[in-house]
Design a binder for this molecule. Structure first.
Ligand code: ADP
Ligand code: TRP
Length: 320
């Protein structure tokens, strides 16, 4: 089955991104034909600095490869390297009702806050639809926040097919149900907008310091606690081996431990958990030719597929 997902290169990835999204995309490469791209055209709606966008795009590729995306199994490419998608976007744009797009949350929320929106943000779901339809994707793994956009894609594809014949395959969203569950350093949902993230990559000492500064409650040490209710434990559980998690849970239930000890546990476990990926990323940084080659090959393959779909759509609507 063709599985496709896009990741916006808008900043350094954090634990929430990994455990809530990236990990699932990558595991799907084992059994499916994975197409993964870095959505630089979408990022352009928010990143308005050329060198930042260029750097973020390369960083995203390094991150994904370091985290285990395997170019032998899956296709990795940069969205803008497939211009056919932008052309397909126009074809879809002509049938996209204003009302449908006005209901989409990214635009609606910005407008509600009184922030200026542009046509790029307004038509963001149409470009996302073109991303999906251009590769005949069947399954689209996304976080809860993107499900609405996949629904828009199905609407646009369905109405195009209705008007012009059977051109597009209708995709299904696969919601990653454990998304939105990773807590940040202050206990709220981890998000770059709350400034409470733990990065996946970076200086280990710095990351350790961030872990040691995680906010904890002030209940007395002796008091037994419910491990699952504590965000520090929730973080530990993500990175520690199951036997250690059970031993830690037991300490919580018994009481008489200090949060400092748990934090140290989180830091040690996270270094072990992400150690290989961090090492791999350092190696990739020294081997950018390889990364460029992967992205070139990915783009070439993706373009071939998108060109065929575009041609099908052009013929159907009378452009050829
Ligand atoms: P941020 O909230 O930091 O801006 P994004 O919206 O860029 O994060 O997140 C991209 C994807 O990462 C989301 O679609 C979601 O699936 C996942 N994600 C982000 N934060 C979390 C979190 N705290 N817990 C679980 N998943 C998350
Ligand atoms: N909009 C998605 C996000 O912000 C990224 C994206 C762009 C995407 N095109 C896509 C995801 C196509 C899935 C399919 O997370």
């Amino acid at each position: 089955m063709r599985v496709l997902s896009g990741i916006q290169p808008t900043g350094r990835p954090h634990w929430g991104n990994f455990f809530g999204a990236i990990r699932q995309y990558i595991s799907l490469q084992e059994e499916h034909d994975g197409f993964y791209f870095i959505a630089d055209l979408h990022a352009l709606t928010t990143v308005r600095d050329a060198s930042a966008l260029r750097q973020n795009t390369l960083d995203a590729a390094l991150d994904l490869l370091a985290l285990g995306l395997d170019p032998q199994r899956a296709t990795l490419f940069v969205q803008s390297r497939v211009p056919e998608v932008s052309e397909l976007c126009w074809l879809l744009m002509t049938g996209a009702g204003m009302g449908l797009l006005e209901r989409c949350h990214a635009y609606k929320e910005k407008k509600a806050k009184g922030l200026p929106a542009d046509a790029g943000l307004f038509t963001y779901p149409v470009l996302m639809s073109a991303d999906i339809l251009a590769y005949d994707a069947e399954l689209v793994p996304v976080g809860q926040d993107q499900v609405q956009h996949v629904e828009v894609c199905r609407d646009l594809a369905g109405s195009f097919n209705h008007t012009f014949g059977d051109v597009f395959k209708l995709p299904k969203a696969q919601v990653m149900t454990d998304a939105a569950k990773v807590p940040g350093t202050d206990g709220q949902k981890m998000s770059k907008s709350y400034d409470n993230t733990l990065p996946l990559f970076g200086d280990e000492k710095q990351i350790r310091k961030m872990i040691m500064r995680i906010v904890t409650d002030s209940r007395p040490m002796e008091e037994p606690k419910v491990p699952e209710d504590d965000h520090l434990f929730q973080l530990y559980r993500l990175v520690a081996p199951p036997a250690d998690v059970e031993a830690m849970a037991e300490k919580y239930r018994r009481g008489g431990f200090g949060y400092g000890e748990v934090k140290k546990g989180v830091a040690d476990a996270s270094e072990a958990f992400f150690g290989a990926a961090r090492q791999r990323r350092r190696e990739l940084e020294q081997n950018l030719d390889y990364v460029t080659q992967v992205l070139d090959q990915g783009a070439e393959k993706a373009r071939g597929e998108a060109a065929a779909v575009l041609l099908r759509a052009q013929k159907a609507c009378g452009l050829r």
